[in-house]
Design a protein around this ligand. Structure first.
Ligand code: C5P
Length: 220
C-alpha cells in the first residue's frame, strides 16, 4: 500500500503549500481536513446554530454531504453539491470552524470520514490531529511549525488586500485559533511522538519543501 503522509501544525505554518507540493511531487492525493470543519461551520452559520452546542452541530453533520475534490493546489470543497471553496476561507467561517472543532463527538465523526478518505493510502492529509488521531500509524508524520509572528506575517502577505484587515488583526485571530486548538480536551494540537518537527521560522519555502521531500523519500 502507498503511504499516508500526515502533515499537522498550527494555522499559517504553510501546511497547505507543503501538502500540495508533496502530493504533486509523489503523485498522491492531497486532502485538507480543515476544509471539512470549515464546510460544516459554514452550514452552522447559515442555520444560525450555537457553536458551543454540540448536539445540533452533530445532527447537522449527519445530514450534510461534504466533498473534497483534490485539485492541483488544495481542494475544491462542496457542501451538499454546492462549491463553497472560497466562502469557507472568510474570517467568520475561519473562527466558526475553530469553535465547532472542539466538540469530541463531532471530531469523532470527522475522523471517521477522514479515515475512509485515506484508507487506501497514497495521500497527503493535512490538519491538526492527523498524526495523533486520524492516522496514528501513518508512515510519514511531519509537524510544521513557525513562530506566531512569522505565521501572521505570511498570512497577511498572502491575503487579498482588504483595507480594514491589519497584520495585527490577523495575528490576533491566528493566536486565538492556536489557543483553542492546543487547549481543547479532545485531540489537541500537538506533534505525534514519532513526528518530524519542521520549524520553518528561519527557513525559506524552498528549504522546507526540500527537507520534507527528503523525509517522504526516506520512507520509500
Ligand atoms: O486548517 P484550517 O485552518 O483550514 O482549519 C480550520 C480549523 O479547523 C482550525 O482552526 C482547527 O480548529 C480545525 N481543524 C481541526 N482539526 C483538523 C483540521 C482543522 O480541529 N484536522
Amino acid at each position: 500500500m502507498q503511504p499516508v503522509v500526515a502533515i499537522d501544525g498550527p494555522a499559517g505554518a504553510g501546511k497547505s503549500t507543503l501538502a500540495a507540493h508533496l502530493a504533486r511531487r509523489f503523485g498522491f492525493l492531497n486532502l485538507e481536513t480543515g476544509a471539512m470543519y470549515r464546510a460544516l461551520a459554514l452550514k452552522a452559520i447559515e442555520q444560525d446554530l450555537d457553536f458551543d452546542e454540540e448536539a445540533p452541530l452533530l445532527e447537522l453533520a449527519h445530514y450534510t454531504k461534504i466533498a473534497l475534490e483534490p485539485q492541483r493546489e488544495g481542494n475544491r470543497v462542496l457542501v451538499d453539491g454546492i462549491d463553497v471553496s472560497r466562502r469557507i476561507r472568510d474570517t467568520d467561517v475561519t473562527q466558526a470552524a475553530s469553535k465547532v472543532s472542539v466538540h469530541p463527538h463531532l471530531r469523532a465523526w470527522m475522523v471517521d470520514q477522514q479515515r475512509a478518505l485515506g484508507e487506501k493510502g497514497g495521500v497527503v492529509m493535512e490538519g491538526r490531529d492527523i498524526g495523533t488521531a486520524v492516522f496514528p500509524d501513518a508512515e510519514v508524520k511531519i509537524f510544521l511549525d513557525a513562530a506566531p509572528e512569522v505565521r501572521g506575517n505570511r498570512r497577511y502577505r498572502q491575503a487579498e488586500p482588504v483595507p480594514q484587515v491589519t497584520e495585527e488583526a490577523i495575528l490576533k485571530e491566528l493566536k486565538e485559533r492556536d489557543y483553542r486548538d492546543r487547549n481543547r480536551a479532545e485531540s489537541p494540537l500537538r506533534p505525534a511522538e514519532d513526528a518530524v518537527i519542521l520549524d520553518s521560522t528561519s527557513m525559506t519555502l524552498e528549504q522546507v519543501l526540500a527537507r520534507a521531500e527528503d523525509i517522504v523519500r526516506a520512507h520509500f
